[in-house]
Write a protein that binds this ligand. Structure first.
Ligand code: HEM
Length: 157
C-alpha cells in the first residue's frame, strides 16, 4: 500500500517536474540544507549547554526559550522541502535503508527532545551540570549528527 502510494506520488506532475527539471531539485535541496543548518545549529547550541561545554552562564530555560522557536521554524521548512525532495524519487527512497534510518533518527531525536527539555529548567542554577544532563546533551548531539550522516549516505546506495 505504501509502495503504491510512493508510485502515485512520484508520478504526479509536480514530482515529475522536480525530478526532471534543471533547477527544481537543487533549489529545494539548497533550502532543505539551509534550514537543516539552522535547525542543527540551534539544537546543538542547547545540547552543548546541557553537556556543559558552552554558554555556561546562560540559564538553560532562557537559552531554550530563545533557540527553540528558531529550531521549530527551521524544522517546519525542513519537513516541507524534505517532503518535496522525497516525492520526486519516492520509489527508490522507499527501499533506501539510509532514508529509513534517517526518518527513524529524526523521530527519536524529536521525541527525545520533548522528554528532556520539558524539565530543562531544573538545571538553570546548578553550578556544574550533573552527569545526567551531560549525557542528555551528548546523546541528542549524536542523534542529530546521525540524521545528517544518514541523509548524506542516501545518495550512495
Ligand atoms: C521528515 C523530514 C525529512 C524528509 C522527508 C527529508 C528528505 C530528504 C531527501 C529526499 C533528500 C535527498 C536525498 C538524495 O536524493 O540525495 C534529503 C537530503 C538531505 N537531508 Fe533531509 N529530509 C528530512 C529532514 C531532514 C533533517 C531533520 C535533516 C538534518 C537535521 C536533514 C538533512 C539532510 C541532508 C544533510 C541532506 C543532503 C543529502 C545529500 O546531499 O546527499 N533532512 N532529505
Amino acid at each position: 500500500v505504501l509502495f503504491s502510494w510512493c508510485q502515485w506520488l512520484e508520478n504526479t506532475s509536480w514530482a515529475t517536474a522536480i525530478r526532471e527539471g534543471l533547477w527544481q531539485f537543487p533549489l529545494l535541496e539548497t533550502i532543505h540544507l539551509l534550514s537543516m543548518i539552522l535547525l542543527v545549529a540551534a539544537t546543538a547550541a542547547l545540547d552543548l549547554r546541557l553537556a556543559g561545554f558552552a554558554l555556561r552562564r546562560q540559564p538553560v530555560s532562557q537559552l531554550a526559550g530563545r533557540l527553540l522557536p528558531t529550531a521549530l521554524a527551521a524544522f517546519g521548512i525542513n519537513l516541507v522541502t524534505g517532503f518535496f525532495l522525497f516525492a520526486s524519487e519516492a520509489t527508490s527512497l522507499y527501499v533506501n535503508r539510509f532514508f529509513f534510518i534517517k526518518l527513524v533518527l529524526i523521530v527519536v531525536a524529536v521525541l527525545f527532545h520533548f522528554v528532556v527539555y520539558r524539565k530543562a529548567a531544573r538545571w538553570d542554577d546548578v553550578a556544574a551540570m550533573p552527569a545526567g544532563a551531560k549525557l542528555t546533551g551528548c546523546f541528542s548531539l549524536i542523534l542529530w549528527i546521525g540524521v545528517v550522516a544518514a541523509a548524506r549516505w542516501i545518495a550512495y546506495v
